[in-house]
Design a protein around this ligand. Structure first.
Ligand SMILES: Nc1ncnc2c1ncn2[C@@H]1O[C@H](COP(=O)(O)OP(=O)(O)O)[C@@H](O)[C@H]1O
Ligand SMILES: [Mg+2]
Length: 583
């Protein structure tokens, strides 16, 4: 090694001298913050720097390619190892540059004419340089271009000298592939290191001329970065390692959709999002057909409301909103109930439909409830009352409808949806678990919970998200799909963000309502896809062949993140702590 290796920059602590112990020094109270954060030593070698146990080497650029295209430094910026890259830009006076150019041009012209006179072949590189200089002279004189001095320095950090040498080689080869000529800042490692700290501290001063166009193309801003100043982390951008940070509530609407194959990590992502949103003061409501959010609810002190025949929680779908009712509250409620009844009873003929309408009006009338909001305080009717109205009609058609309802009044489902509601959503984290219901009852339960949530959120406006996991239960049926869609459209007004999650991508995209829900969602997240679904996805989201392939081969928690017109490949990451809270 050279003598430089002993050339240590002593930090303040070691300046104290051997006669004082660190304890004495601390006791004097003269240790400043600088002393605490400063490295214990810095060793300056002739072609690297060692700070504590890390090695650093700085390169500076001395030559650029003749032509550059947009974002031409992309492969350097996205290099798969941390690099400290500094760009120094100094505007130059066009007048001085023009004079310089004039001199250079005269020189080159003289060289060429001399060679021609001597009967030699003109060096083609001189000819090219002359053409460039003349073109530039014209642009500068017109004022179409301005001139800048540009310095580009790269510091490579590494854990060991071997690693440093290895990475230096890799960076060198990337730079050569970009036709950039770089040199190591030999004997100037300290200056080089300082020059790449984010302090505008250009100690190297190696500059090259650059015109406005080339400089603009050098700016590394065209990576598809999806980072906002506020919000929560959704994952890591796989293109450039940047963080994907968003606040749903600042977007056009706060809705999101998550599409992906079963086991692809949809629920995991949503659990993480819920946890992170909760910390930002957003209330979370979840409709959970698999009872898989129970652990998370427990971890955060949330409420897990189980719907099962024996459960204590009841919801009456006939509830009316008594606070801030709209003028057409009852008519809307009857329309919604109409759709719900079709979800419960299946397809209806037009005359059955008409019958249902009359029965719904009658059942509220029996309880003294009319369009007048004052009457909404009366106890609402129950499903059983509707059943009785059908029975009382004494026609075969009404009898058939009564039969279809019977299961909900006397059968297995009667325990839950045929009684007055007996709880309120008070907990900021509330999950509705419906796994214990029969499969064909789940869409009904999801519909009823949606409707219940709708009544509830109108009581007080607050940032909330409502997650509907396994939303294909609702999309399967036209009426419940339409209800979910109208929910998505109306949510914004009450600061609610609807999250729709589904694995059944083909059915979702084949339905008008499914497509409309996607259009009504500012955030769209597509995780791993099956071969069957990927074509439809590619068509709907205008994906390239590469992106299609990415979705097919994505591992768990990997996918595409769409926000507005931008999308990037991303990976969902959770800390160990978060993992223990959600699983
Ligand atoms: N980003 C991730 N990091 C680590 N593990 C994950 C991630 N995403 C999903 N998993 C694991 O994969 C399993 C399946 O994920 P899940 O979210 O339940 O899939 P889906 O809801 O799409 O069917 C989970 O048990 C979870 O532990
Ligand atoms: Mg799931």
């Amino acid at each position: 090694m050279f003598g430089f290796s002993n050339n240590k920059i002593q930090s303040k602590q070691s300046d104290v001298g051997p006669s004082h112990s660190v304890a004495d020094f601390l006791a004097k109270g003269t240790v400043s913050v600088k002393d605490i954060i400063a490295p214990s030593f810095v060793e300056v070698d002739f072609n690297h720097l060692k700070i504590d146990d890390k090695y650093y080497r700085t390169l500076y650029v001395v030559g650029y390619p003749r032509y550059v295209s947009a974002n031409w430094l992309y492969s350097l910026i996205t290099f798969d190892h941390p690099l400290y890259i500094s760009m120094y830009i100094y505007p130059a006076e066009s007048k001085a540059v023009l004079e310089d150019l004039k001199r250079k041009i005269a020189e080159m012209e003289a060289t060429i004419s001399n060679e021609m006179k001597a009967g030699k072949v003109v060096d083609p590189t001189v000819q090219v340089a002359l053409d460039d200089a003349l073109a530039l002279q014209a642009e500068l004189a017109k004022g179409a271009e301005r001139f800048f001095q540009f310095g580009l320095y790269i510091t490579i950090p590494a854990g060991s000298l071997e690693e440093l040498n290895q990475i230096t080689k890799e960076v060198d080869s990337i730079l050569s592939s970009l036709l950039i000529i770089a040199r190591q800042a030999t004997l100037e490692m300290e200056e080089g290191f300082k020059s790449t700290l984010p302090m505008f501290y250009d100690k190297l001063g190696v500059w090259r001329n650059m015109d406005t166009t080339s400089l603009a193309l050098t700016f590394p801003f065209s990576t598809a970065s999806l980072t906002r100043n506020e919000g929560i982390l959704y994952g890591i951008n796989e293109h450039d390692g940047s963080l994907i940070i968003f606040d749903r509530f600042t977007l056009e609407n706060a809705n999101s959709v998550v599409l992906g194959k079963s086991g692809g990590g949809k629920s995991f992502l949503i659990k993480l999002e819920a946890l992170r949103l909760l910390m930002m003061g957003v209330d979370v409501l979840i409709i959970d057909p698999e009872n898989e959010y129970q652990k998370l609810a427990q971890s955060v002190g949330g409420e897990f409301i189980v719907f099962a025949a024996s459960s204590q929680y009841k919801i009456n779908p006939f509830d009316l909103s008594t606070s801030n009712p709209a003028s057409d509250e009852l008519s809307n409620k009857i329309l919604d109930l109409h759709s719900l009844m079709r979800v419960i009873m299946g397809e209806l003929t037009p005359s059955q439909d008409a019958l249902l309408d009359r029965a719904l009006v009658a059942v509220y009338q029996q309880k003294g409830i009319t369009q007048d909001p004052q009457t909404f305080k009366n106890e609402p009717p129950l499903l059983e009352d509707l059943y009785k109205v059908f029975v009382g009609m004494e026609t075969p058609e009404a009898k058939e409808l009564a039969d279809r309802l019977e299961k909900f009044v006397r059968g297995s489902a009667s325990g839950i949806f045929n009684q007055q509601s007996n709880f309120d959503i008070r907990n900021p984290f509330t999950v509705f678990g419906i796994r214990d219901l029969e499969e064909n009852l789940r869409p009904v339960a999801m519909y009823i919970v949606l409707d219940y949530v709708w009544n509830r959120i109108r009581k007080d406006k607050k940032k909330r998200i409502l997650v509907v996991d396994e939303a294909w239960y609702l999309i399967k049926q036209k009426d419940s799909a339409a209800y979910l869609h109208s929910f998505a459209k109306r949510a914004r007004k009450y600061s609610l963000g609807l999250t729709t999650i589904t694995q059944d991508v083909e059915d979702f995209l084949a339905s008008e309502e499914g497509k409309a829900i996607i259009t009504n969602s500012s955030l769209q997240i597509i995780l791993k896809q099956s071969t069957a679904a990927v074509e439809k996805i590619a068509e709907t989201f205008y994906l390239t062949g590469g992106e299609k392939h990415f979705l097919l081969s994505a591992s768990i928690g990997e996918g595409l993140f769409f926000a507005g017109h931008n999308h990037v490949g991303f990976k969902v990451v959770a800390s160990e702590e978060e993992k223990t809270l959600i699983e």
